[in-house]
Write a protein that binds this ligand. Sequence first.
Ligand SMILES: Cc1cc2nc3c(=O)[nH]c(=O)nc-3n(C[C@H](O)[C@H](O)[C@H](O)COP(=O)(O)OP(=O)(O)OC[C@H]3O[C@@H](n4cnc5c(N)ncnc54)[C@H](O)[C@@H]3O)c2cc1C
Ligand code: SF4
Length: 333
Amino acid sequence: MKTFEFTRPADGEAAVAAAALAKTAQQGADVRYLAGGTTLVDLMKLSVEAPARVLDINRLPLDKIEAMPDGGLKIGATVRNSDLANHAVVQKDYAVLSQAILQGASAQLRNMATTAGNLLQRTRCVYFRDLAMPCNKREPGTGCPAITGFNRSLAILGTSEHCIASNPSDMCVAMAALEATIHVQGPKGSRSIPIGDFHLLPGETPHRETVLEPGDLITHVTLPPPIAGSKHVYLKLRDRASYEFALASAAVVINVTGENVTRVRIALGGVGTKPWRSPEAEGALVGLPANQASFRKAAEAALRDAKPQSENAFKVELAKRCLAHALQMAATT
Ligand SMILES: Cc1cc2nc3c(=O)[nH]c(=O)nc-3n(C[C@H](O)[C@H](O)[C@H](O)COP(=O)(O)OP(=O)(O)OC[C@H]3O[C@@H](n4cnc5c(N)ncnc54)[C@H](O)[C@@H]3O)c2cc1C
Ligand code: SF4
């Protein structure tokens, strides 16, 4: 691992001022915030990331979960994933989020991992983590060996000819279905970003994964007030039952009144280059009877634009069944 300077900024302003000196907030940033370290330190050990300066933000007062006046929830950037998943309000009113987090990683990792760090975790594409291989995301312009190589676990939605890496987060999928907002303190002030606008599609610039700019510090995430009568399910399908990333997952928040679906929010994981909200599936389902035929229709709509790679065509049907089953589970609980 390259040597680096390690500091603990006294407050958010000092942290932002120090990080604003970086040339980028994306891959290769020479100044990096450190939260739980479960992504960053891993990548530094592999020399995939080699910042000159690491700013430890763990002592900043960003570790609270608080009720908001409008009935929503405010989640601090350094709240540990375990604390968030086990919080009574989250379990009761935002169950899809609790379920998603508890199906990710391991208990030890969740005790370290933070809200902001999870939002910014990197792809598990094997070429990205291997310096001996080219990778457009790690080193722009070098190529994407995954397209003709090992791509079983990679994306089928939102890909480009430059990158097909899947976003590995479970938490973000639930937050997409809950329509979370990410709040950032930057050198030019504070701003709020809906989660759907936070992650970027790879396009021609796969090394640029989010809208963050140098210095931007995620301070907290807010969730809108809970939807009365909604049922929540996060269903994750993977090669083994624990400690494994999703091949396909679905986060569902659904309201059924009488026999019909009156409101639904749907997001998919494991299949998209970003946490994949599906307005197509939502639009296809609202107003229909809450039954298997309708759920299958929604699943078909969600995967209509899927573009499978050489090894992952199985994900198209897997994701459809995952979503249809998650909807069925939610509607019948
Ligand atoms: C073995 C293993 C298995 C895993 N399995 C899963 C899984 O099944 N599902 C899943 O979803 N995840 C999984 N993960 C990923 C894990 O959830 C993430 O590593 C974790 O959430 C990252 O959080 P952190 O606080 O440790 O981030 P860090 O490593 O501290 O930071 C990650 C990135 O975010 C930046 N950052 C951190 N905080 C801020 C902030 N406030 N503002 C701006 N930038 C910030 C850092 O600079 C860094 O670039 C796994 C990880 C490992 C190692
Ligand atoms: S899919 Fe993306 S991360 Fe993987 S090798 Fe291609 S460019 Fe790199």
